[in-house]
Design a protein around this ligand. Structure first.
Ligand SMILES: Nc1ncnc2c1ncn2[C@@H]1O[C@H](COP(=O)(O)OP(=O)(O)OP(=O)(O)O)[C@@H](O)[C@H]1O
Length: 936
């Protein structure tokens, strides 16, 4: 049991959501964000009417009269229950056990983007696909057009439940998420600090469609900090609060026992004492059942516990600073790390790439296994093209699985049609297993071999064999809604059901009649009419002609519903409308009969269906690795090594490479345990920020198993990557530059450890120079206590003298050249973008910039004088003594000796000789007494 603050302890707090909704603080003064009953949601999404919910009174599932809603949805849910039990046995076996769980939920949704009148239609992942006959739930994903299967992956489809401990357990957070397009529930539980950075980061990675929290998180005007932060960070995401009693850890564990597929059942051991994520799982599954109006089949879900220790943490503002997946100026622009690496061919591959970029790996062995694959793909062209050809034929396997493992609570024509489509997709997918194996047969690397062996699973063949006993061999997934409709109609082999055969003959006759009728009309009016089809109109007539060719410039009066696009007229006639209706009628019959056969078939193969989890995993991973190899062939990337040193020879910025006309100037990077702090200076626009970002991007690329834009590179695995990069004022959050800086730096200080990579650019620019220097100095000194690798770019040259006190500090600067313009004697700066040792010689470049501006010369003269005065004072204080310099040299020698001893591949004798030589060399370079030159 959880402690006093545990999620299960709150069952008494089942406050009526009616009062809760109106008292939520977020509602105050923001009418458009007032929490409300989820009207569309309650008007069962499974309804075949594409208008979905209404803005009128609150309705219950199965209660289309729009009767007022009592707190709790008991009637609605039991209505759904009745629908299932009326229908009798499920083709998936024991569905009733899951439906039993669908009791009541009191729900309050606060929709932040849509007004009160909006419905949930647009929100469900697949409804925004290009399908004309819109589906209401992801379950209906493939319902009409084939495009929905392929196009839907960019739409948010993840629902997340978040719960936090109370009392002493505050700060312990449990999360459960499920992608409506992928039947995988991910659980996590962790302790977070007061900024809740981990929760926010995790949520940002998930890009949820909807977030569910307990009503107690915003009870009677007392919102918890976590609730406020989440609502603040996710303004465009819908929030739903459900009663705390649904966050029930015991129920969560039962759910997992009941729903988790046997191959993933070890998760049970992992989570059984993680009360918060179990509580979140319970609320999540209940909610998903409710909105989807379907239940997951027993033993069908993949359930995974995701400990944060297996991946590197990149907080959300760092992900934004580095433009990992979203370009900061234009969200549709592909100039992001994701954009330049994304040559994936499947939605699953692209999802995997995205999540890997946001959460890179930390395990060198796994990364190297991926790199081995990329290397093999690069070396073996035949393998690369063969594999790419097969992978690109896969549809969204995860989404297919998701639909297959959900049991609709009601059968409708749409469910029937969708099931048939899914079976065709399943056949298509299974038929690709053998070609995939063939492409992998001669592979050498461990991971590819393991994938090949995984595909040896007999279940794929068994399923396909069973399918082909019922489904026509040539039935396949095709593009275009009419051809897919034909595939569905004729999917089942002839002579299995004679009524079906008759219905199909009738259907064919109607289609022939339609074609015949349109030919006759063309002859009658002597017009170039042709038969067309789309899913919204059914069959209609199209004509390409100029209106001047028409008698009186008008179409004959028998034609109705005329639309015109350029020179193409589309219209219909009363007879054609009737024939379309007959056609639909006959289709319904065909679908119904086919559906029964398909359900029986699915029930026979259902026990084998879980091997598709493995397949989707293999396909998405291969797709991502192929994508890495593809990116390498376009740019000259190199395979990274993993050591205790960050050493990049001639590395360049991968995104700048795609944007700039010329290849970016490449630079070196070198950080070790003994030289773990680099200060970078240089005038404005000299390339500091670009360089810093380039290092972080290269680090991420290496840690996801990609090659890296450099001539040579070695990385120390980073457990966290932090960036503080000056950006324009964040208007959206209305935070001042300074406060934002302080927040980001606090976050770094609180979370950084010895294994972090820290990038700080222009800290302290939001306040006075004095204070800025002070803040920078103190921050640097704090970070210098860590063994983290830190790169610190600054305009405060005073900081460069820190190397006198701290031997692990190294100064670098970006060189610029001064050129005189041919016309006059005005001096201009030419940027070389080349990094050199030491700090910048460029003094007072801010003043130089001011000189060319229109500031009065007297002001500039004064500014110069004051600057010189201050600089002298600071320099005087920071001069190194010979003793300090000697200590520094000794420190460097010690570090070099340790590093050489650790990494050297020399035999012991040669190593000893080498180390002695090194010592002599350093001793010789010690400063003579009295020498006062600080530069090495
Ligand atoms: N290595 C490079 N090769 C080619 N062009 C570069 C390189 N680095 C930077 N640039 C170009 O210079 C521009 C300015 O670079 P960047 O913003 O990194 O300078 P900065 O020193 O950080 O400037 P500021 O101090 O004003 O922030 C970039 O937009 C880019 O176009």
């Amino acid at each position: 049991m959880a402690g006093a603050g545990g999620p299960g302890a709150a069952s008494a707090l089942s406050v009526s959501c009616l009062s809760l909704g109106s008292s939520t603080p977020r509602a105050v003064g923001r009418a458009e964000r007032t929490p409300r009953y989820t009207l569309g949601l309650l008007q069962t999404p499974r309804s075949s009417d594409s208008t979905g919910g209404s803005s009128g009174g609150a309705a219950r599932p199965g209660n289309s009269s729009g009767e007022g809603l009592a707190p709790g949805l008991a009637a609605g849910s039991s209505g759904a229950k009745a629908a299932v039990s009326d229908r009798g046995e499920s083709y998936f076996g024991d569905k009733s056990s899951c439906v039993e769980n669908a009791n009541t939920l009191n729900l309050t949704t606060s929709s932040s983007v849509r007004g009160l009148n909006s419905t949930r239609i647009g929100k469900t992942p697949l409804s925004s696909s290009r399908s004309v006959c819109r589906s209401h739930t992801p379950l209906m994903g493939y319902s009409v057009t084939s495009s929905s299967a392929v196009s839907a992956h960019s739409v948010a489809s993840v629902i997340v439940a978040v719960v936090e401990g109370r009392g002493l357990a505050r700060g312990e957070v449990g999360m459960a998420s499920i992608d409506l397009k992928n039947p995988e529930m991910i659980l996590s539980q962790f302790a977070d600090n007061t900024t809740y950075a981990k929760v926010i980061t995790k949520l940002k990675i998930l890009t949820p469609l909807e977030i569910i929290m307990s009503n107690t998180a915003c009870d009677a005007g007392n919102t918890t900090k976590l609730f406020s932060l989440i609502t603040e960070h996710f303004k465009n995401v819908t929030f739903t609060t459900v009663q705390r009693k649904y966050f029930n850890e015991t129920r969560g564990l039962e759910y997992i026992e009941q729903l988790c597929a046997s191959e993933f059942s070890t998760v049970f051991m992992e989570v059984q004492s993680k009360y918060y994520c179990l509580a979140a799982a319970s609320a999540l599954l209940k909610y998903v059942e409710f909105i989807q109006n379907s239940v997951y089949a027993p033993k069908s879900l993949k359930v995974r516990f995701q400990g944060s220790e297996k991946t590197a943490m990149i907080d959300s503002s760092s992900a934004q600073n580095l433009e990992l997946v979203i370009n900061n100026r234009d969200s549709r622009n592909g100039h992001t790390l994701f954009g330049i690496l994304n040559y994936t061919k499947t939605p699953g591959g692209s999802r995997r790439l995205r999540s890997n970029i946001l959460e890179p790996l930390v395990d060198a062995e796994t990364i190297n296994m991926r790199l081995d694959c990329v290397q093999e793909l690069l070396q073996d062209e035949e393998l690369f093209f063969g594999l790419q050809a097969v992978i690109s034929k896969f549809l969204d396997t995860e989404q297919l699985l998701s639909v297959l493992v959900q049991i609709p609570k009601q059968d409708t024509v749409k469910t029937a049609e969708s099931k048939i489509t899914n079976l065709i997709y399943l056949k298509h997918t299974l038929e690709l297993v053998e070609p995939l194996k063939a492409a992998l047969r001669s592979c050498n690397t461990q991971l590819l071999k393991a994938y090949y062996n995984s595909l040896e699973d007999t279940r794929f063949g068994v399923m396909l064999e069973k399918i082909t006993t019922v489904i026509n061999d040539d039935t396949r997934y095709t593009k275009g809604c009419l051809s897919m409709r034909t595939q569905k109609c004729y999917a089942v082999k002839p002579n299995i059901n004679e009524f079906l055969d008759v219905a199909r003959r009738t259907y064919t006759e109607i289609i022939d009649d339609i074609a015949g009728m349109i030919t006759q009309l063309a002859e009658k009016y002597n017009l170039p009419l042709k038969t067309s089809f789309n899913s919204a109109r059914g069959f209609f007539i199209q004509m390409n002609a100029d209106c001047s060719t028409l008698p009186n410039g008008q179409l004959p009066s028998e034609f109705t519903k005329i639309t015109k696009m350029k020179n193409t007229y589309s219209f219909t006639s009363a007879d054609l409308i009737k024939m379309n209706e007959r056609c639909q009628e006959s289709l319904r019959e065909i679908y119904h009969m086919t559906y029964l056969i398909v359900c029986k078939l699915l029930s026979e193969i259902y026990e084998h269906i879980h091997c598709l989890y493995k397949l989707s995993d293999i396909v998405s991973m291969l797709d991502m690795l192929l994508s890495f190899a593809h990116a390498c062939t376009l740019s000259d990337y190199v395979r990274p090594e993993f050591t205790d040193t960050l050493a990049i020879k001639q590395g360049w910025h991968p995104i700048l490479e795609k944007i700039a006309v010329e290849k970016p100037v490449a630079n070196n990077t070198y950080l070790t345990e003994g030289n773990n702090f680099v200060i970078i200076t240089g005038p404005n626009m000299s390339g500091k920020s670009t360089y810093l970002k380039q290092i972080a991007l290269c680090q991420i690329m290496a840690q996801i198993g990609s090659y890296v834009p450099a001539e040579y590179c070695s990385f120390r695995i980073a457990e966290q990557i932090f960036t503080r990069i000056g950006m324009d004022e964040d208007i959206e959050t209305n935070a001042s530059t300074f406060m934002k800086e302080m927040k980001e730096i606090t976050y770094i200080i609180q979370n950084a450890n010895d294994k972090s990579l820290i990038i700080i650019d222009e800290l302290g620019r939001g306040t006075s120079a004095e204070e800025g220097i002070g803040i920078c100095y103190a921050t640097c000194e704090y970070l210098l206590n860590l063994k983290a690798f830190t790169l610190f770019a600054t305009h405060f040259l005073e900081l460069c003298h820190m190397d006198a006190l701290y031997p692990n500090v190294e100064n670098y600067h970006f060189e610029v050249q001064h050129v005189r313009s041919s016309a006059g004697n005005k001096e201009k700066i030419a940027y070389t973008y080349t990094l050199s040792k030491g700090y910048t010689e460029e003094k007072n470049y801010g003043l130089k910039a001011a000189e060319v501006s229109s500031l009065p010369s007297s002001v500039i003269l004064d500014a110069k004088e004051i600057t010189n005065h201050i600089a002298k004072q600071i320099l005087h204080r920071q001069k190194s003594t010979p003793e300090m310099m000697k200590q520094r040299a000794a420190y460097h020698l010690a570090m070099r000796l340790v590093q050489t001893a650790r990494n050297s591949r020399l035999d012991p004798d040669s190593l000893r000789i080498y180390l002695k030589g090194l010592k002599k060399k350093y001793e010789a370079s010690w400063p003579a007494p009295g020498k006062n030159d600080e530069q090495e």
